[in-house]
Design a protein around this ligand. Structure first.
Ligand code: ADP
Length: 259
């Protein structure tokens, strides 16, 4: 491939595990909070392995037809159009289903025969079963913090997958990522990372999702556009985090302490 490798800073052994799973045609489950690099990781892996990447953001209205395909009306005729999963299966692409637990279980049953040794995709509407092309790899992600037990992944699905856990990177690695992605100085990146670590240590209800690497990069980019650091952090880190006034006030105190 001629395109540049998407910048991805490894945090542990995730690259080796992914490549081993890919070599053995095993599906992969990426677990971890939002904004901690899962999508970027898959992009880098697809690049290294020389495979196209097809990404689907899952949500609770996603139907099997959205994944597999449907007949569409085209100039008076009905024409079958492959969905993203089918395209990946036919072409041997890496198919990344982001936040897969958001999708209803009747949608995800179609993944079972694809995830096991059969690597098959039944397409009921066509009365056909496709066998995945050799390069095909199913990758799903989910955020264990979010979902109710009910919506959790079924054991039978999980057991078919190689799991890779993601978490916030170590201080040094995260400073490096924020610097590289925003172009900010090491000092600004370090201050932001320490502020985020303080937030991550807070034990307060009302914070749905703690500060991810993504929001630190956004804050750093605001400073690059000329905003003073405390204002940038307030706008990119604190404001999106909570709607609770008391928690907001607590975060503002912390901000004053760190930035
Ligand atoms: P997720 O898919 O886990 O929600 P993303 O992959 O979209 O998260 O990561 C959010 C942003 O954070 C990326 O666009 C990238 O800028 C940055 N990022 C996070 N972790 C890394 C990493 N290990 N290497 C490079 N960039 C990272």
């Amino acid at each position: 491939m001629t395109s540049e490798r998407p910048y991805y800073q490894p945090v542990g052994n995730e690259e080796r595990v992914f490549k081993a799973a890919y070599a053995q045609q095993l599906p992969v489950l990426l677990k971890g909070p939002t904004g901690c690099g899962k999508t970027r990781f898959v992009e880098a892996m697809a690049h290294d392995l020389g495979r196209p990447l097809i990404t689907v953001a899952c949500h609770d209205d996603l139907t099997t037809a959205d994944l597999v395909g449907r007949y569409l009306l085209r100039g008076g005729d009905t024409e079958w159009v492959d969905g993203p999963l089918t395209r990946a299966v036919r072409t041997g692409a890496i198919c990344y289903l982001d936040e897969v637990v958001e999708a209803r279980q009747d949608t995800t049953v179609v993944l079972h025969p694809l995830a096991d040794h059969r690597r098959e995709l039944p397409i009921e509407r066509l009365g056909e079963t496709l066998t995945a092309a050799p390069g095909f790899c199913l990758v799903v992600s989910y955020n264990p913090g979010y979902q109710s037990v009910l919506k959790d992944l079924k054991d039978s699905t999980r057991q078919r997958m190689v799991g890779i856990e993601f978490d916030y990177p170590s201080e040094e690695v995260e400073i490096g990522i924020v610097t590289a992605e925003s172009g900010t100085s090491r000092q600004v990146a370090a201050d932001l990372v320490r502020f985020a670590q303080a937030i991550r240590r807070l034990d307060v209800p009302g914070i749905r999702e703690v500060s991810s690497t993504r929001v630190l990069i956004a804050a750093a980019r605001l400073t690059e556009a000329g905003l003073p650091l405390p204002e940038a952090a307030q706008a990119a880190i604190v404001a999106p985090l909570t709607d609770d006034r008391a928690v907001g006030a607590r975060l503002a105190e912390l901000l004053a302490l760190y930035l």
